[in-house]
Design a protein. Sequence first.
Length: 433
Amino acid sequence: MRVLVIGSGGREHALVWKIAQSKLADKIFCAPGNGGIADLAECIDIKAEDIPALIDFTRREKIDLTVVGPEVALSLGIVDEFNKYKLKIFGPNKKAAQLESSKVFAKELMAKYKVPTADFKIFSAGGGDAAKKYIEKIGAPCVVKADGLAAGKGVVVTKSVDEAKQTVTLMMQEKIFGDAGTRVIVEECLEGQEASILVLTDSKETIPLVSAQDHKRVFDHDQGPNTGGMGAYSPAPAVTEGLFSEILDKVIYRIIDGLAKEGIDYRGVLYAGIMLTKSGPKVLEFNVRFGDPETQAILPRLNSDLVEVMLATADGKLTKFKKFGGLKWDNRACVCVVCASGGYPGEYEKGKEIFGLDEAEKMKDVMVFHSGTKSVPRPSSLVPRFVTNGGRVLGVTGLGNTIKEAIEKTYQAVDKIDFKGMHYRKDIGRKAL
Ligand code: AMP
Ligand code: GLY
């Protein structure tokens, strides 16, 4: 098969890496890919959101399966467009993708189908003053969320009433996120540990992946601003077997059933961001794609053929797939530490040479997934030279018999890598110990 992966981050590198192990995949392309991905796939210069160009490429190159990494293409309806041309694609259609592209849609669906989530109120255009009054009533801390996609910046956990009200002004009146902030949700602030539960579903059958936990804040002990994710580990021991089935029953199956009752077919990965509160698991958000960096910690544990299960998902044949054995997992733990550019998540420079990649990659059970790198050809040498090309640069990933071993192995690998300004969290996975 000829497989195309859409996207350019660490998640896509992990997807390409796993797809490259499939007995079904002969040739892999990635649009647009990155420096590290180029070792395993042919990177093509098409943006992840350029649906017409992706369709042209897929038809011309006779691609058998397209796998969508990021949410924007899904929310724009890439799956619906591919379906029109009978091109096979892994991911949910536009209506189903609203679960991520509209927080109002997700919240209303959760309320209707009794999926546990933070108490909330929705405010539509012109409702800024009403939102502020509501904030005064519920007090701080509270959470203000823009309805639409805002590149991971649309959620503000506010510590004071003033900050919450200012956030409403910024989103609804100053429109810092454009139309994404036309509607705003104000919700109760939940406390607890967070966990990411990902499943594969074709609406008729649902197969859970292993649990994971992300680290969103930039500094150790969850301090500093939110990022795209500074590291992840799997499994998340906080998600006990009992909690896992509770989350499947009360969150995953209810929302998929709910979508079906609304006439919406869901095929792809469904990701529930869960807060494990004292009064039970509650949904923080849904994503309609693989998580980044959770995927980097989950896929190294997968023993099954990823292409096979993705095909079964896209074809609506997960029931059969499950009957023939389902997914097989490696019992070991996996940890991914993100190495970021100096200044990230604020301003940062690009183009810094990365040292030590070979040495880290040589280590047993270590994978280095590239998030933001570019390979620069060196005329006098066969060894490519990688430079930084994004805020999150690398996801250094290691497997170990226990979380503790995986943490040690991963940080040994991180120690071998360096680039100017590199920073990373030193406490990835510590919560699990
Ligand atoms: P999201 O972009 O929806 O993933 O939200 C980003 C982060 O904001 C989550 O991972 C949580 O850490 C935090 N968050 C979102 N909603 C709430 C809430 N109701 N209570 C506390 N934290 C929240
Ligand atoms: N790890 C969070 C996300 O992928 O949205």
